[in-house]
Design a protein around this ligand. Structure first.
Ligand code: SIN
Ligand code: MN
Length: 259
């Protein structure tokens, strides 16, 4: 699948792209069945919420279940990523972030690059984050918030937050965020299950706790140019995979087999 010239321009201008209903209900059902399987596994790559102990993020999914091995190589993700970031991309991270109804906790304001750079030694902010919603995402169940155009400001000053949640994160402090929102509006990324997002490594984003009665699960694939690979193995490999083999796109029907 190729992005249109208009979509590429929009990505360059906003720093993100929302692709409504990119995956079908049948494909989402297959992914949700895979999610149930991996969440039942007792695995160190299932990271639990600080307070409720329910799963917050489940990582290394392409190594743990066939449906995610295929999704990480899906042409609707890989080909647009190659258009934006070049032909040789490796699979850096494959996860599902969940916000359980009532208990799902915050993702503080951050740029993914800060963690990739400080923790994994990634040189440049060239990686792409590709999401697909596994639930309907609305204004109540913890959608991602983006600062439109914040990628233009480049890497921001950050602070390492190891206490707010169970997931240590390099975060953008409130004073920096305030300056950015004076120049770029806030957008919440909402849509039906199957909707996809693409955003770059320095786009500022976060998401609020889930106060609603509706769970919110989002699959996330990070692809990084091989030439921009990590230079530190400080974190366990489920945070940043070491295999630099360029990803090769599968067929468009690789999830469902449907034609
Ligand atoms: C992310 O920063 O990629 C995760 C945010 C979320 O799942 O809400
Ligand atoms: Mn992020």
């Amino acid at each position: 699948m190729q992005l249109t010239p208009e979509q590429l321009l929009q990505f360059q201008s906003d720093g993100f792209l929302i692709l409504p209903n990119l995956f079908s209900p049948v494909e989402v059902a297959l992914l949700r069945a895979g999610m149930d399987r991996v969440f039942r596994q007792d695995d160190p790559a299932n990271i639990r919420e600080k307070h409720s102990q329910v799963v917050r993020t489940a990582m290394a999914l392409h190594q743990r279940d066939e449906v995610f091995a295929r999704l990480a190589r899906h042409p609707r993700f890989v080909e647009p990523a190659q258009q934006i970031a070049g032909p040789d991309l490796y699979i850096q991270q494959v996860k599902i972030n969940v916000k359980e109804a009532f208990t799902g906790e915050v993702w503080q304001w951050h740029q993914d690059f800060a963690t990739h750079h400080h923790d994994d030694g990634v040189p440049e902010p060239l990686a792409l984050n590709l999401h697909v919603f596994l639930d309907d995402v609305n204004e109540f169940n913890g959608p991602l918030y983006f600062v439109r155009g914040s990628h233009r400001f480049g890497p921001a000053a950050t602070r390492h937050d190891t206490t707010t949640t169970s997931y240590p994160l390099w975060v953008v402090p409130p004073d920096v965020l305030k300056k950015m929102t004076a120049r770029g509006e806030l957008v919440s990324a909402k849509g039906s299950a199957g909707t996809a997002l693409i955003f770059g490594d320095v786009l500022v984003h976060g998401s609020p706790p889930n106060l609603s009665p509706w769970p919110r699960a989002i699959f996330s694939l990070i692809l990084n140019p091989v030439k921009n690979h990590s230079t530190s193995e400080k974190r366990p490999q489920h945070f940043h995979h070491r295999d630099l083999t360029p990803v090769v796109a599968l067929a468009d029907n690789c999830l469902s087999g449907a034609r």
